[in-house]
Design a protein around this ligand. Structure first.
Ligand code: G1P
Length: 274
């Protein structure tokens, strides 16, 4: 039912300079697979096979990654090395990829609005590849797609964070309707701990209903002078139409060096060595 997934990948990745000077941060590997491929695999597992990238300058490596490299294929054909390409081949076979460029960095809300031409008038997923999620069952996006079937409104994945870290996230407040599920009543982008309505932080997984685009078109710049998806979602929440969901699984903030190292160690121990 939900087929499309948007990946905003235009950001600079300044925290990883100089590594990200001429390569996209989304191409940084967690062990032997780039971050963005984990995200696309999660989307595919959830049944979202139309992948749309909101990309920018210096991000061509992403498009090359999700395409066949004939020279390489020819070189390793019939050798034991073919196995290393299996995961990316599967993704290439099963997904379609569309790209549009965000020419100015005006925030996540603006990036999602830039993706409108690829989405049209249907609900869609959004994955921020920096937030790497591991869940061996249906995946975090898969869990959200199942919830969407029930509620038919926008959904954000949330996690409890230490109060002193609220300034890094969109923070939600809501009515607890069942275990781990809230109907959102309030959302604030990156509040100071003393202004935060709770410690429930939005992580980089969203299902959005297409009316979000009209709202984004009218959303003025908010925190950091950027157009925030959090502010647009708050408009939808006024009609009771945003759910927040404590996902099952493990999430790493790979936009920070500490989170990136933790994710690498976790992935190495739990997947690569096994
Ligand atoms: C974005 C969103 C924020 C959300 C976060 C999750 O912030 O604006 O609401 O909590 O992603 O990673 P960013 O990390 O891009 O600054």
């Amino acid at each position: 039912m939900i087929k499309k997934c948007l990946f905003p990948v235009a950001g600079y990745g300044t925290r990883f300079l100089p590594a990200t000077k001429s390569q996209p941060k989304e191409m940084l590997p967690i062990v032997n697979k780039p971050l963005v491929q984990y995200g696309v695999e999660e989307a595919l597992k959830a049944g979202l096979s139309d992948i749309g990238f909101v990309t920018g300058r210096g991000k061509r490596a992403i498009a090359d990654h999700f395409d066949i490299n004939y020279e390489l294929e020819h070189q390793i054909e019939g050798t034991g090395k073919e196995v290393y390409l299996e995961s990316i081949r599967e993704v290439i076979d099963k997904c379609t990829f569309t790209y549009t460029r965000q020419s100015e960095m005006k925030g996540l809300g603006h990036a999602i609005l830039t993706g409108k031409t690829m989405i049209g008038d249907e609900p869609f997923g959004v994955i921020l590849a920096d937030d790497l999620c591991f869940d061996d069952d249906e995946g975090v996006m898969g869990q959200m797609v199942n919830l969407y079937k029930q509620f038919r409104c926008s959904i954000v994945a949330i996690e409890e964070v230490p109060m002193e870290e609220t300034y890094k996230y969109g923070i939600v407040e809501g009515i607890n309707i069942k275990d781990g599920l809230f109907r959102v009543t309030n959302m604030v982008e990156k509040p100071k701990p003393e202004d935060a309505p709770s410690n429930l932080a939005v992580i980089g997984r969203y299902i959005l209903t297409p009316d979000i685009f009209d709202i984004l078109e009218k959303t003025p710049p908010g925190a950091n002078g950027e157009i925030q998806i959090t502010d647009a979602l708050m408009e939808q929440a006024k009609n009771g139409c945003v759910m927040a969901f404590k996902f099952r699984g493990k999430r790493f903030d790979c936009g920070s060096v500490d989170g990136y190292i933790d994710a690498t160690n976790y992935s190495y121990e739990n997947y690569y060595k096994k």
